[in-house]
Design a protein around this ligand. Structure first.
Ligand SMILES: [Fe+2]
Ligand SMILES: [Fe+2]
Length: 307
């Protein structure tokens, strides 16, 4: 069982990170559909609007309630999130509530837990509403993916990317469900291994998405992304092998930290290049910033595993 203090902090930290992630998935999905699917695209935009309202609600409860580790991890926003949002809004016509990002940049972190008010009830109501909305987003995306895989619909997003975003959203719903049951995160060896398998696979797919969204003339960046994909394939295999031989966990955790730090730096440079219009790709800068934040989130988790 976790304490009320942990419940509030862990819930708000998860919501600040994942709500932004899930709402950006909706932006990318909306932007990638051909004109014929305008109604589907509009549904993604309205889903994004609802998720932004939930993010605002989270933010209103978060002042003074989240840890300095999360605040300083660059998993919630980076210094490139705002310019990347402005760019995606201007180039795709999909509205983005950038005021949330400005507020979030100025969010203070927790000095002490304020027991006052009915914060536990407010967080619980928020979590249950998020579980409902994110589950419906998952169903909507899974349904679109099924149609794409049977050639009944078309999108410029890779099918694997649609599957990838639903796995991230499912992990979020799973986390909120365990928090609602006041369960502590599974930090047993087995629990850590499953987390590393999940996130190393996510990182591996990021390298492959970046490789695939680069213009063919970007040969140097293509080779770098391809090299990351090869190294992450090997790391992922080593992580899966931990299920049978957990004694290598420390080695694999250290390798993960090193490789993911390099990948995160590559993603951040890519975001800078895209924001400055110096890289040719079919990928908005916001997607590059998005995968950078996901790497920062995973790097923070890895540091807690070490502790
Ligand atoms: Fe994502
Ligand atoms: Fe991702």
């Amino acid at each position: 069982m976790i304490s009320n203090e942990q419940y509030v902090r862990l819930s708000l930290e998860a919501n600040l990170f994942f709500l932004r992630i899930v709402k950006e998935h909706a932006i990318f999905a909306a932007a990638s559909l051909p004109a014929k699917y305008a109604p589907t695209s509009a549904q993604f935009v309205s889903m994004k609007n609802s998720l932004e309202r939930l993010l605002s609600r989270t933010l209103a409860l978060s002042h003074g309630n989240i840890s300095s580790e999360v605040m300083n991890s660059s998993e919630l926003v980076t210094n490139l999130t705002l310019p990347a949002e402005k760019e995606v809004q201007a180039l795709t016509g999909i509205p983005v509530n950038t005021a949330i990002t400005v507020q979030e940049t100025n969010l203070g972190y927790r000095d002490f837990y304020r027991q006052g008010g009915n914060i536990v009830q407010q967080v619980s109501a928020l979590n249950r509403e998020i579980i409902r909305q994110v589950t419906s987003a998952i169903n909507f995306q899974s349904n679109l993916l099924r149609q794409i895989l049977t050639c009944k619909a078309f999108s410029f997003v890779y099918p694997t990317n649609l599957d990838h975003v639903t796995r991230e959203a499912r992990a979020y719903v799973g986390l909120l469900n365990s928090l609602e049951n006041k369960q502590a995160e599974d930090i047993s060896v087995k629990g850590i291994i499953e987390q590393e398998i999940f996130w190393n696979e996510i990182m591996d797919e990021h390298a492959k998405f970046i490789r695939g969204y680069l213009d063919p003339s970007e040969t140097k960046l293509f080779k770098t992304a391809d090299n990351f994909a090869d190294r992450l394939d090997a790391l992922e295999a080593a992580t899966v092998a931990l299920r049978n031989n957990p004694t290598n966990l420390t080695t694999v955790t250290n390798e993960s930290r090193e490789l993911v730090t390099d990948l995160r730096n590559f993603k951040r440079q890519g975001t800078e290049g895209l924001v400055a219009c110096k890289i040719k790709a079919i990928m908005p800068a916001l997607l590059a910033d998005h995968v950078t934040r996901e790497a920062n989130h995973y790097l923070r988790l890895l540091s807690t595993f070490k502790a």
